[in-house]
Design a protein. Structure first.
Length: 500
């Protein structure tokens, strides 16, 4: 049971006489009603309140649930000395009189800061009974999402009236607990009755004044009203604390799969996810072989010679890595944003941004286009190239993937991609994809953003200069294999209740 359900259960027990024990010594509610009627008759004689139109007797069919023998069903209008909607005034930027609207009426409190002011001319036209008095109950009688909301007016610092969306209910407080009535209206059963009796459109529900006057109240003896209120005020703070704790737990459960993924990737790139093997060819030897292969490809004209990149400083290394690993700038071991030269009539894959899935996976789809229609003004790529979204928020959302199953092995796509081409078999594509999904890569990329708000992006230099922690080839393979074991388990946690 969540906090909302628990609160509803407590309020339902309260209004059915099951929250606190009945006391045979209490004056029963039928005697209490006689006192209320006598009090109202006296106030009418003294001219303090107006005589009200009699309300119809309550039928058995109207009673929504059973109540204790010492209680009575009574119409709300018969408990009140004043029950009236407010008026729609002319507003003023400043005045001595605040106008309470439906947005001011909150459950359990009045937000006077949201009130507007009525002009002086309107004030003079108000009868005395329209000015709010301490202990008045305020009920939102129109609205969607606010209909039926209720609070008690206890603000003596401000002179206030209600607007036409708020109904003022004035009780004989020495015989009726207004707190009991507000708890009654907060009950889900009562709120459902309010909604079912409302009229109007979906955008503006309305509760007719006659319906409010005829609303049924399960009335306990006064002493029991007080015991119910005291018990609810004892229990509801604990329910609220339970709800807060539940929200924190839900947030933790929701964020845990995401945090676990981040941790796994961080462990991977720091050399702590799988053990090192002393028999592995070290990363410095691996780098020598990659550089030699690159030089050969340059000689053959298959890739272009690049401008030398600066050495990596100690300050640029964000963490320690195993002795068998090496730090290397990404641009030294890959080519970035290569172009294709293809026949105009060749069918190729076309990938707009929306066809690249975000998150920690490796997924995309594509469309088929003729090369001549996409060769200009689009990003070029080929089979097994790695695409990285460069624009916000796609970059932060980890829209990156190894491009595969391309039509005829080639494609083009959105200009908001950077393409990383790995030209050697000495590097594992998925290891690099996982690097591009690490928090380290994302956070450093965001620090390099250029452009205006909403159109910020990472540049090619960020990709080229980014320091990569490079493991031996065999360890790259072990890391990828281990991540492919563990990351689906995070997805399992997500399906069990978490959210990415």
């Amino acid at each position: 049971m969540n906090a909302k359900q628990l609160k509803n259960a407590l309020l339902q027990h309260a209004i059915q006489g099951r929250l606190v024990p009945q006391d045979p010594g209490d004056e029963p509610a039928d005697v209490l009603l006689q006192r209320i009627r006598a009090e109202k008759e006296q106030l009418i004689k003294e001219g303090k309140i107006k005589k009200q139109k009699p309300l119809p007797p309550i039928t058995e069919e109207e009673k929504p649930f059973a109540i204790p023998d010492s209680w009575q069903w009574v119409r709300l209008g018969n408990l009140s000395t004043y029950l009236q909607r407010g008026k729609s005034p002319k507003y003023s930027s400043s005045s001595s009189l605040s106008v309470i609207s439906q947005k001011c009426v909150r459950w359990g409190r009045l937000d006077i800061s949201l009130a507007k002011y009525v002009n002086e001319e309107t004030i003079s036209k108000y009868s005395e009974d329209r000015f709010l008095k301490k202990e008045d109950i305020l009920l939102n009688s129109t609205g969607t999402g606010t209909l039926g909301r209720m609070c008690i007016f206890n603000n003596e610092l401000y002179k206030c009236v209600a607007d036409s969306h708020v109904t003022v209910i004035r009780l004989i407080n020495k015989y009726i607990s207004n707190k009991y009535v507000t708890y009654l209206f907060e009950n889900k059963t009562i709120q459902d009755i309010i909604i079912s009796n409302s009229s109007g459109s979906t955008n503006q529900k309305e509760l007719n004044l006659e319906i409010i006057k005829n609303f049924l109240i399960p009335l306990p003896p006064l002493a029991e009203q007080q015991r119910i209120v005291a018990r609810l005020e004892e229990l509801l703070p604990d329910v609220e604390a339970y709800g807060t704790a539940q929200e924190r737990l839900t947030a933790l459960e929701s964020s845990f799969p995401q945090q676990l993924r981040k941790s796994l990737l961080q462990e991977a790139i720091q050399g702590r996810l799988v053990p090192q093997n002393p028999a592995d060819e070290t990363a410095d030897v691996l780098l020598q072989r990659i550089r030699a292969e690159k030089e050969q490809l340059i000689k053959e004209g298959k890739i272009k010679k690049q401008k030398p990149l600066p050495p990596i400083t100690e300050e640029e290394k964000p963490f320690a890595i195993p002795d068998s690993w090496q730090w290397v700038r990404l641009g030294e071991i890959v080519t970035i944003n290569p172009r294709n030269s293809l026949s105009d009539d060749l069918e190729v894959s076309f990938i707009p941004m929306n066809l690249i899935k975000d998150g920690y996976g490796n997924s995309h789809t594509s469309e088929i286009r003729i090369w001549k229609t996409v060769k200009s003004c689009f990003t070029h790529f080929a089979e097994n190239d790695i695409a990285i979204a460069k624009i916000t928020p796609c970059f932060q959302n980890r829209k990156s993937a190894i491009l595969s199953n391309l039509k005829n092995g080639f494609g083009a796509g959105t200009t908001e991609l950077h393409i990383v081409k790995i030209f050697t078999k000495l590097l594992i594509h998925k290891y690099f994809l996982y690097i591009f999904k690490t928090e380290m890569f994302i956070s450093q990329g965001m620090k390099s953003f250029t452009g205006t708000a909403g159109q910020q992006r990472i540049g090619k230099d960020f990709i080229s200069l980014f320091p990569i922690p490079l493991p031996p080839l065999a360890e790259q393979q072990r890391i990828v294999a281990r991540l492919e074991e563990l990351l689906p388990l995070c997805d399992g946690l997500l399906s069990a209740g978490g959210q990415a």
